[in-house]
Design a protein around this ligand. Sequence first.
Ligand code: CUA
Length: 338
Amino acid sequence: MNATSRLAIAYGVLAGCSRAQSALHPAGPQAGRIAALWWLMFWVSAAVFGAVVVGLAIAAVRGRRRGQADVTGAPVANGGDEPGKVAVVTVCTAVTVVVIFVLLVVSVMTDRGLAMLATHDPLTVEVTGHQWWWEVDYDDSTPSQRVTTANEIHIPVGQPVLFKLTSRDVIHSFWIPNLHGKTDLIPGYVTRTWIQADVPGTFRGQCAEFCGVQHAHMALVVVAEPPEKFQAWLAQQRQPAAAPAEPLAQRGHDVFVTGPCVLCHAIRGTIAMSRAGPDLTHLATRGTLAAGTISNTPGHLAGWILDPQSAKPGALMPATSLGSEDLQALLAYLGMLR
Ligand code: CUA
């Protein structure tokens, strides 16, 4: 993959993201509050910076004039006891205190506002960080209705969603800039955050805590869609994998369950049940592979299976040596996992 494709994925283009990954393009109430606070701080800081530069310029010009007067032998004013200076310093100190206090109050109000999204009986999504991918579980009181997927989270528009976050190995950080700020995923501990999208769209997220060599390739997408479309997606994800109908896909299934793939991956409806790696039950519905590193096309999938280390050096997935017929069969099988 060339540099342009990598850049395109980084900005969410290949993953079909509907707007640039940016905290300054909010698509939900919390990101909106954070962006408003950011702009307030930006303009206040810009005004303070401008005032300091103007003050420095005035001081420099006056100091220069005083220096010239000194050379000509004229009397030099003693700079220490001008009453005007005391007044200026007093006013500047008072303005600084007021500005900092206002920013403090607005920050606290923003923080309170971020915590007000909580509702009773929410849709709950459990996200577990791994080096370097995201395990995603949709909670349900009926175990058979739970859904497990990876690296792609669907949520209904206009509805607060509770995220319970933890990690299997090191500290990661869950960050969807268009929707909310960062929340850490900590091994052995569950953190919580609420997210709501106000508009449909696909929003790219990124691990925001350095977690090893492939930290930069630990991305995810959040797909916000109308509630009925989300429910249809959830119902479809609850289904076990379709049984292969054609001989080629059947052979691919056999390659999968008799080869090394089965040691790490699950495909519900088959004997593959390991949770060491991403669940592949509906792999073909996902937009990217390897946590947003490459787009999910048959060519990329083949390259990923044969030599994952070239796309993502250090990833825990080992290379798999397959004959070309077995590889084609495996691609046919994985391609029908919709
Ligand atoms: Cu996970 Cu950085």
